[in-house]
Design a protein around this ligand. Structure first.
Ligand code: AHM
Ligand code: MG
Length: 328
């Protein structure tokens, strides 16, 4: 489908599933705008000396803003006045972000990680924005409690990958679709319709530097993977959106399990694990803590961490067997 923009595709999706997920079209239009601004800034990062510690000055004597803070502000400023949201929660903000009384409020909550993997920006490695949308009926007054809902309640989720090209990948519960930004026309164009993750993969992604902290289940699973006759290969960027996206398209398993150092895992349930788990399940894959489906976890706090094992269905199922049987 040549020239199928994200907006046009959303409108068609809405026509096909009337009333199923509500009207996201203009909420997504705001998200797309924020994504384009962040993408432009990420691409220019080396050029305009935007890098560096907050509070520093660039070569033009201007205040340097860290890109993750820039991304956070861009998303907040672009979405707060759109009239679609009742509130936001961001990995970069300690508390929930209420919608200023001067703007109209809507029925959705937006949760996001503005620039995941931002420690990689200084070395020109791909980073991403991850988002999750919940419904908040009746234009609710957003309180922490409204955000503490299990991932199964998400009505849409996805990510934007700022890589060799910029991609917008999302689900509203009707499959997973990917759009690539054509910088010439400034539009996200449909490039990957109805993405399905292979049932089994050959890639495993884990930070092996943590192996001395691993629990027995992790050690024995990784040993097994290395001996597996199908011939696994290790790939770990250290930028979750990149690692996830590669495995989504090629098949494989990503693991950030709990270990002796990170007893609850490292990644955040609401901003990272839930949205990617919704995407992977919609693509036919699986996401788990090792003994529980990620999307069933009822969160207790906004910045809660979780172990995450995510990817091809059969590989995650097999890994879960090692956690179930592990003897600590
Ligand atoms: P961040 O949200 O502070 O950027 O941390 C999340 C990142 C993920 O992108 C990545 O998967 C993980 O941290 C890598 O962690 P580690 O360096 O411990 O392997
Ligand atoms: Mg993050």
């Amino acid at each position: 489908m040549i020239g199928m923009t994200l907006t046009k595709f959303l409108l068609e999706e809405q026509r096909r599933y009337p009333g199923s997920t509500g009207n996201f079209t203009s909420l997504f239009a705001d998200l797309v705008m924020a994504a384009k601004i962040i993408s432009r800034e990420v691409n220019r990062a080396g050029l305009i000396d935007i890098l560096g510690a907050t509070g520093g000055k660039n070569t033009h004597g201007e205040e340097v803003q860290k890109l993750d803070e820039f991304a956070n502000k861009t998303i907040i400023n672009t979405l707060e006045n759109g009239g679609h949201l009742a509130g936001m929660a961001s990995e970069e903000s300690e508390n929930i972000i209420k919608i200023d009384g001067k703007y109209p409020k809507g029925n959705y909550l937006l949760l996001f990680d503005p620039l995941d993997g931002s420690s990689n920006i200084d070395v020109n490695i791909s980073v991403g924005t991850i988002f999750s949308i919940l419904r908040c009926e009746g234009g609710c007054d957003a309180t922490d409690k409204e955000f503490l809902r299990p991932g199964v309640d998400q009505v849409a989720a996805g990510y934007i990958l700022y890589g060799s090209s910029t991609m917008f990948v999302y689900t509203t519960g009707h499959g997973v679709h990917g759009f690539t930004l054509d910088p010439g026309v400034g539009e996200f164009l449909l490039s990957h319709e109805n993405i399905k993750i292979p049932e089994k993969g050959k890639i495993y992604s884990i930070n092996e530097g943590n192996s001395r902290y691993w629990l027995p289940g992790t050690s024995s699973y990784i040993e097994k993977v290395k001996r597996d006759e199908k011939g696994f290969t290790g790939r770990y960027v250290g930028s979750l959106v990149s690692d996830f996206h590669r495995n989504l398209l090629k098949g494989g398993i990503f693991l950030y399990p709990a270990d002796a150092k990170s007893k609850k895992g490292k990644l955040r349930l609401l901003y990272e694990a839930n949205p990617l788990s919704f995407v992977v399940e919609q693509a036919g894959g699986r996401a788990s803590t090792g003994d529980k489906r990620i999307l069933d976890i009822v969160p207790e706090e906004l910045h809660q961490r979780t172990p995450l094992i995510i990817g091809s269905r059969d590989d995650v199922l097999e890994a879960e067997g090692f956690w179930r049987n592990q003897k600590v």
